[in-house]
Write a protein that binds this ligand. Sequence first.
Ligand SMILES: *Cc1c(COP(=O)(O)O)cnc(C)c1O
Length: 401
Amino acid sequence: MPSDAYNWIEQSLATIHKADWYRTVQTIQGHTGAMVQMNGRSLINFASNDYLGLSSDDRLIQAAITATQKYGTGSTGSRLLSGHRELHRELEYAIASLKQTEDALVFSSGYLANLGTVSAIVGQRDLILSDQCNHSSLKNGAILSGATVIEYPHCDLVSLQTHLEQQRDCYRRCLIVTDSVFSMDGDLCPLSGLLDLADYYNCMLLVDEAHATGVLGKCGAGCVEHFDCSQRQLIQVGTLSKALGSLGGYVAGTKTLIDFLRNRAPSWIYTTALSPADTAAALTAIQIIQQEPERRQQLWRNIDNFKLLIHQLSHLKLLPSDSAILCLLLPTAADALIAARHLQDAGIFAPAIRPPTVPTSRIRISLMATHTVAQIEQLVDVLSAIKIVSTTSSKSVRGDR
Ligand SMILES: *Cc1c(COP(=O)(O)O)cnc(C)c1O
């Protein structure tokens, strides 16, 4: 009898299609900056996390080439077994100095940093309180840890406190986890309120600075610096792949924490070290974000300008945001796909984000320091022609979560 054990895959795909949730990858040609080449056309790029335009910066490219020539392409094994290069430690010291922490540890991606850290610091006897809108890597790290997980409503300190009041004493350790800039909405976590609750209820706090590093804070250290909380005790994770234009992730915190993770985080211990090229590019990026605050200032001028222009169009509503991520809500997944197609036809690359990634479909716009005023005006022109019949306000959508 022929085996049909795999038939479910086709059926499952058909269901995904039916819900307008089916995803495909678009092929990009050449460098990705404020413009991208797609299908032989030039599009203005609002789909990139390369907030400062560093991924095509000559200095990062040269650093990657030099490191490859000096050390080769691969790092040949895990750091504990095969040893690491001084570059790896230099990068970790640079991250620690940016974040004003005692030490840092780099992982092969931000996703792995979150999986490894969360699952190393809590276990079955512990409690995780997790913002409902957290990144997938935090949610899966929580599952992997075996701890009891409670999701609290988005940024809701009152609800979080109620859970702590009722549950904290039933567990050994407690970890509160949150994105600092929420990756699909662009709003910020209430950091100092979270820190106060963590202190009062004897909890650890882990914040994911993936979309904040290089973007927020006077020195570009992120949301923790932005809210003036660098001196308070917490665990910071993030990525080297967004504003830093490279690849990899990191954890920054006390010496003891980092030492513990080197001994207990499987997604660091049992995986190959970051490549020399990625390590060198990230190290150069950190130097640039510290030495060239004008890039961050230009990014914020672009954000403010875009918000101002959209504000003048009364039929378009952006989700509240304090970052370079700006979202336009649409009533259905199909509407979001039509809008994304319309944008692409008009020379603009901005993705539709649909369930299950988010509860409400939207066009997600990422601004970069390297966008020109004219490019942002063109985006607003094209957006203004989108017909939106949404009856849902951003407030009620938030409440629904
Ligand atoms: C992108 C992202 C990650 C994952 O980082 P990678 O380095 O791309 O794996 C983790 N957390 C958040 C909030 C992110 O946006």
